[in-house]
Design a protein around this ligand. Structure first.
Ligand code: NAD
Length: 328
């Protein structure tokens, strides 16, 4: 399947594994790349920019296909030296960056001077328009269904994707709620040039997280996620568990007086890291999208990518073409 995204990034399939804190490491990113899709190392999973450089080098040893690095710029509990991470990416020779959280404008000169293509993750039409204006090569349009940070507008993909298609001319990827062949065909029909999947790639053999987390996602249905952090205007969609329940309780109790300090102990990414390493799914907050309702197994990345692409081709050639009388 050739789309503007496969052409832009030199990849075989219009499927992307976007940034995921604690998950986007060499094992997963190289498996995604070797499957003909595009994977992203998550910069902030590495404790320092030097560690990020090493992780990029480690990934290179595991694949000769293109891959990228995600740089998420959101409020954090501890200060992050974003400039240094951006510099490490530019010096690494990686040619694709996914930015998220805030406009990538301040980093564009560094990335462009290094010949890097930038794809910015956006949760609204206005952010996509801005991303195009500041020179991004593509955007990843993240609907309300998504894991992690859906923004504050709560617009699902079915509306957000075609609204975006009407307003930008650069290629874009549909993100949030995608996990199978039906989603890929729907995304293409809505004007996107491919799909981004996070949660679905967490449930693969190569994802470097504890099997209990993968199994919890397989066992979950579409109602098993919850929003946190709304009052602080940094809404996050996470897997419903006891810590997420505790966060909700505090949010209700504090109401408009809520401060990040009230939640920090529970929200901390360090607790989420331990969930992924040790497999106690109730130990901390961890991101998951509504697509958990569509995840029923733990395939390899190659199996997953291949069945999505072949399934999509079949839907187009048989079901859709059949509706217009054009089926072979
Ligand atoms: P962290 O431990 O610093 O913070 C935990 C959570 O609290 C994050 O969602 C963060 O955005 C939020 N937060 C921190 N300070 C805040 C403030 N002052 N106001 C409002 N919200 C605040 O972060 P982490 O878990 O180590 O993650 C590092 C980065 O990766 C952050 O930018 C985070 O948002 C992002 N992240 C992305 C994903 C994903 O890819 N879906 C998942 C988790 C975290």
């Amino acid at each position: 399947m050739k789309t503007r995204i496969t052409e832009l990034f030199g990849i075989q399939h219009p499927i992307i594994q976007g940034g995921m804190q604690w998950v986007g490491r060499a094992e997963l990113v190289s498996a995604v790349a070797n499957a003909g899709a595009l994977g992203f190392i998550t910069a902030l999973t590495q404790p320092t920019p030097e560690d990020l450089s090493k992780e990029i080098a480690r990934t290179r040893e595991m694949t000769d296909k293109p891959f990228g690095v995600n740089l998420t710029i959101l409020p954090t509990l501890r200060p992050v030296p974003y400039e240094d991470y951006a510099q490490a990416i530019a010096e690494s020779g990686v040619k694709i960056v996914e930015t998220a959280g805030r406009s990538p404008e301040p980093f564009m000169p560094t990335f462009k001077a290094a010949g890097i293509k930038v794809i910015h993750k956006c949760t609204s039409v206005r952010h996509s328009v801005k991303a195009e204006a500041v020179g991004c090569d593509a955007v990843s349009v993240d609907g309300f269904e998504c894991a992690g940070h859906p923004g504050e507008d709560d617009i699902p993909g079915l509306i957000l994707l075609p609204c975006t298609a009407d307003k930008i001319s650069i290629p874009f990827i549909a993100s949030g709620g995608f996990g199978d062949a039906r989603g890929l065909v729907a995304a293409l029909a809505l004007g996107a040039d491919g799909i981004n999947m996070g949660s679905r790639f967490m449930c693969t053999k190569e994802a470097p997280i504890h099997n209990n987390v993968k199994q919890a996602m397989v066992d979950a249905d579409e109602r098993n996620t919850q929003l946190t952090n709304r009052q602080l205007r940094n809404t996050s969609r996470v897997f419903k568990n006891t810590v997420a329940g505790k966060v909700l309780e505090i949010e209700r109790e504090k109401g408009a007086d809520l401060k990040i300090e009230d939640l920090a102990e529970y929200l901390s990414g360090q607790r989420g890291r331990i969930v992924f390493e040790e497999g106690n799914v109730d130990h901390g907050i961890w991101s998951a999208g509504m697509v958990v309702g569509l995840i029923n197994d733990i395939p390899s990345c190659a199996e997953l990518v291949s069945r999505i692409v072949s399934g999509a081709e079949e839907i187009i050639a048989k079901r859709l073409a059949g509706l217009t009388g054009a089926a072979a």
